[in-house]
Design a protein around this ligand. Structure first.
Ligand code: SF4
Length: 248
């Protein structure tokens, strides 16, 4: 029986580059490009998925839980953060796993994940998480490519990479609104997509009204760690920017 090759096709440049390696080795006959829709992806992610899958010659298989990350947090009564983000498992892994359960025999399927050599430390947990399917990480193999190398390769193939990279985001997921990001990430979001920041701020406030003093971010002051809300981060940033602007 021939092997089924299933790439976790997230819309990120790593999964595109990984697919290039899978295609070079195995062709496209038994290739599945599995994309999980979190309902909050940047529209340009879907433009890239469309363009790149036409270029590869395999239509994407899109799965979805149907909820957004903040809907998951409301349902779970837990606000995701850098230490624990249930959105990732419920909106990405679980729908993908449901598809695998129905379509991919673990004995004859290889699953590919696009994380690269710079994040190789994450691979053992990912392998454990996807058992009993076999998982491979083509971008952890040599030659090691940087993100810039992968973006250049996409351009050389005639594709326009997802715009979030050009806009300074390190990942193309959830429209740049990722609860795993730190303060720097959120301030970047505030600058580039103030409307998305404002929406996240509103969602965080709604959850605080239900759950108490929780926040996506935390900060440490005087040896004590405390929640840092998006409103507080924005106000501080705006105050610092304003006073900086009036400095003699
Ligand atoms: S990218 Fe961030 S916000 Fe989106 S599902 Fe993953 S962890 Fe959650």
């Amino acid at each position: 029986m021939s092997t089924l090759h299933v790439v976790q096709y997230s819309g990120g440049i790593g999964s595109w580059a990984a697919t290039q390696r899978v295609v070079a080795e195995h062709g496209t006959t038994n290739l599945v490009l599995l994309a999980a829709d979190t309902r909050v992806e940047d529209p340009d992610l879907w433009r890239f998925v469309r363009d790149s899958t036409v270029h590869i010659g395999v239509s994407p298989t899109v799965v979805a839980d149907g909820r957004t990350p903040f809907q998951v947090f409301a349902d779970q009564r837990f606000l995701g953060n850098s230490r624990l983000a249930p959105c990732s498992s419920l909106l990405k892994q679980r729908p993908a796993r449901a598809w695998l359960d129905g379509h991919a025999d673990p004995a004859t399927t290889v699953l590919y994940v696009g994380i690269d050599w710079s994040e190789a430390h994450r691979t053992p947990a990912i392998v454990r998480g996807w058992a009993p399917w076999t998982v491979r990480f083509p971008m952890c193999d040599e030659p090691h490519l940087s993100k810039q190398d992968m973006l250049d390769a996409a351009r050389a193939a005639g594709l326009t990479p997802p715009r979030l990279y050009e806009l300074g985001f390190s990942h193309n997921n959830c429209g740049g609104v990722c609860v795993r990001g730190g303060q720097k990430h959120w301030l970047h979001l505030l600058t580039v997509f103030p409307d998305r920041y404002a929406q996240a701020e509103e969602h965080e406030q709604q959850l605080r009204a239900e759950l108490g003093d929780v926040a996506i971010l935390r900060e440490r002051r005087g040896g004590i760690s405390r929640p840092l809300t998006l409103i507080e981060l924005r106000c501080r940033h705006q105050a610092a920017t304003a006073s900086g602007g009036h400095r003699p």
